[in-house]
Design a protein around this ligand. Sequence first.
Ligand code: 1HE
Length: 271
Amino acid sequence: MTPQVTIDPADFANLALEPQDTGIWVVRLNRPKKRNALDLATIEELVRFFSQALRAGVAAVVLVGEGDHFCAGLDLVEHHRADRSPEEFWQVCLRWHEAFNKMEYGGVPVIAALTGAVVGGGLELASAAHIRVMDATTYFALPEGQRGLFTGGGATIRVRELVGKARMVDMMLTGRVYQGQEAVDLGLAQYRVEGSSFDKAMEIAEKAAANLPLTNFAICSGVSHMRNMSALDAAYAEACVAGVVNTQTEARARLEAFANGSAARVRPNAG
Ligand code: 1HE
């Protein structure tokens, strides 16, 4: 698909955007001195980038935080100083949802490379990515309870889906921290590496970017939409999406390669 819009990294300040030759874009939260806390300006930049990514031809995104911590969640200092009214914070939350929904439903694979704190709204952000990779420093928590707050960026939907209601309520009530293999076992991350989560996320993004864009679009929007439907409606929608994706002209060469025996076969992992 020919790109319909152009994204200029120079138009962004709180996000450092680094397009690669492969079509993968590195999106870097760039407020390390504030542990990449999400102020409203950052949320607006996320909305802008993820609203345009598909139409700009972005093949995949690696989302990473500059510095030691992925993201400290809501900018508590901005929130404190703004002394917002209920109506104002309601609107703030709707902008968070706009950003994170654009990520989850936007049709471009988003791989989060996690380090250090992935907490509060930072976990809400990470949970909107399609794949999360953690390293040895990564830890997850929902400190809202201790701060006198409640989640407002979709945790009741996405974090609950990852860890289940009981664990999420425990995390909020007690500030419980998950890290290491336990975090993977619970589903907070799909990959854990001893080395660089960024390198692993790039490797995953390259694999995803090698798929056909329409196929990735369906995977990175369809599965999310279908989980919101009744089973009957999801099956109908799945058939409809497969009707479009599985008959795309661009897939014919791949099917031909399978039919003539030249395509790679699916084999178990070595060892
Ligand atoms: C911040 C924030 C922030 C750091 N908002 N400024 N999230 C939280 O409750 C997590 C709050 N943050 C922390 O627990 C820690 O800062 C960290 C574990 C993330 C990092 O610790 P550390 O020791 O490396 O850094 P620090 O010394 O605590 O903070 C360094 C600076 O970052 C300092 O600013 P400075 O100007 O005094 O140097 C901190 O104020 C600043 N900073 N975190 C603003 N979150 C839509 S609703 C979502 C609801 C939530 O997300 S609630 C959970 C909020």
